[in-house]
Design a protein around this ligand. Structure first.
Ligand SMILES: [Zn+2]
Length: 104
């Protein structure tokens, strides 16, 4: 594990959660733990790489990206796949503590 990269959680919307976007535009979103900039990148890993864990469908291998704001390298892991608004709310509640804790 490199010290140059910081981990952050990624969200990949699919199904009903992605209705308002182009289906070809399959992206995952993440928030930079350093500066709070919200970024996105094209999702590279196939759905078959995602597995059910902790109540969500997640890719535990993650993907690498860089923050648009501070240019730091981010490791996006896990990438959580969310299918609808209900799951989105559940995810936010579940990861709230973890996301807060990673700010420092
Ligand atoms: Zn940043």
């Amino acid at each position: 594990m490199s010290k140059l990269s910081t981990e952050t959680v990624g969200i990949r919307y699919t199904g009903r959660a992605a209705l308002n976007r182009d289906p070809q535009d399959d992206r995952l979103e993440f928030t930079c733990p350093h500066c709070g900039t919200v970024g996105s990148k094209p999702a590279r890993r196939p759905h078959s790489e995602y597995h059910f864990s902790d109540g969500f469908v997640q890719d535990l291998h993650g993907e690498m990206s860089a923050c648009r704001g501070c240019k730091r390298v981010l490791r996006i892991v896990p990438v959580v796949m969310l299918h609808d608004q209900d799951e989105k709310r559940r995810f936010k509640a579940f990861f709230a503590t973890e996301l807060m804790g990673s700010n420092n």
